[in-house]
Write a protein of this length. Sequence first.
Length: 596
Amino acid sequence: MHCCMKKNSTWLYFLLPVFFFTVTSCKKAFEDKPLQFLTLDYIFDKNDPTGDQANIWVGNLYQKIPTGYNRMLGGSSWGLSSSQRTNVGLVPLECFSDDAVPSAAGSDGWNIIRGGYSPISTFDDNWGNCYSVIRAANIFLNNYLQVPWADSSRKVWLPNEARALRAYFYYELIRRYGGVPLVGDRVFDADDPALLSLKRNSFEECVNYIVSELDKAKDSLRPDASLAGRTTDANFGRMRKSIVLAIKAKVLLLAASPLFNPSSTPGKLYTGYPSYSAERWKAAADAAKAVMDLGIYDLEPNRYTLVLQRANKEHIFFRMSDPRNDNIYGYYMSPPGYKPANRNSDGRVSPTQEFVDAFPMKNGKPITDPTSGYDPSNPYAGRDPRLEQTVFYNGAKWLQRPIEIFEGGKDKPNDATIAPVQTQTGYYAKKFCGNDSSNANYSTTFIRDGGFIPPWCIIRYADILLMYAEAKNEFSGPDASVYAAIEKIRQRGGLTPYTLPSGLSQSQMRDLVRNERRIELAFEEQRFWDIRRWKIAKSVYGTALHGVTINRNSSGGLSYSPKAVTTPYFTDAMYLFPIAVKETQVNPGMEQNPGY
């Protein structure tokens, strides 16, 4: 773990990115002092009753929350230059699950798919990012009382925001690594011997600490705003009680899941609990229900609202960013045959056949059900409407013409001079694009890149309903409340009928809930983590993934042939991430995860 150099005058180099955001987005606040002369006494000014610099300090912690969409370039893409971030190799995290692969055959992401990750070649390494925020939060908590706060609300809200953010970043750590060192409120000096002898706490200790910190903060934050208030709230995205409760539900669901709550005793305490407990599922269900009982969130009737309006009825925890909108995401994701305004589209992501097959028919029946009405010769007809909202498939209408992903078609010409990047699977990813089937150009959305880190919804209400249904079913089986939560999502999705068959067993409901999570929360960085916490990644991701080859005959008839695309490399060790070798070399007491 990297910590600070010296007190006050020199800063931990992990905090330099924090100040980078400050001086670029809040230049006026700092223009009177060069960056190298900033000190704690300046930030926590004993003569400044506004506490503006301390407020900016906390605001900058939010900038370190991970984003989504296209952020993976073989490994973590945080810190990439703007030119690197526009590379077609940038893909969402789902390209390292069973839902998709990168379209670019030579992108660095394929090294991860085919070779996994190691302490030398890490993947989505969040260790330094998280501990930099934890340290910055501790600096604030150790110094904020020096400020003669004129606004008593700030004096209460800001330390609890820092506390809640610190807890959230510990969650980001434990879902990757298992148990990690808990440093409490300490801010280490570089020459402190304790710094280089820190050991990992158990997973159970970490969960208990995170939950206790969230509980301490939840009632001392800015009040939750109404929907109308959220659309005009300058502090939208700052920690509120509802956000803290939602994070708590996430933490407890992780703790209840098979990876960390196994039926057999794990080899190391920091990789999970020492024994299984069904009560952990109850705690997770109760935490999700607490968010539901607030009564301030609901499903948006139109799912496209989620990409057109940041502040809406459904978004709970949202990583804020520059609010400027544009249509760049349409160019990133649309099939390469579409060139509105004479600009090429990238078609960066290729969803798998396994993912497409997870969508049921519109009548709610899986395509494997002989009574569902599924026709293999016309495979996309009569499907769950969410399929058309999530995947570009052959024949679907987009920008006023049918998509052509058959061999030699406009969107799979098999000619690198026309389209250098083409689908690996017979599909392209559509999620987060606007509803542009009849438009001449891509819609303006708040999802963008262009060298900036885009905003990102981390938890929305549909996720809360699905978390509740999963945890409640695992604890006590599929009662009426489980049915109601799932049916509410299926109804909004457009299934007819949306109701579930009565009398489902716990196992049947488990499969159904997991599938609903897969299709409803597609490309929202859920599936990657779900298949790990359920401990099914080796069976669903470490096996062959498929696509489809579509041929059109001279009369226009189409034939669909399955094809194997890749068999990803996945071992039992990879359920947890390796701690980077630079951390274990500096601190010999930092024990590596098993199998690395």
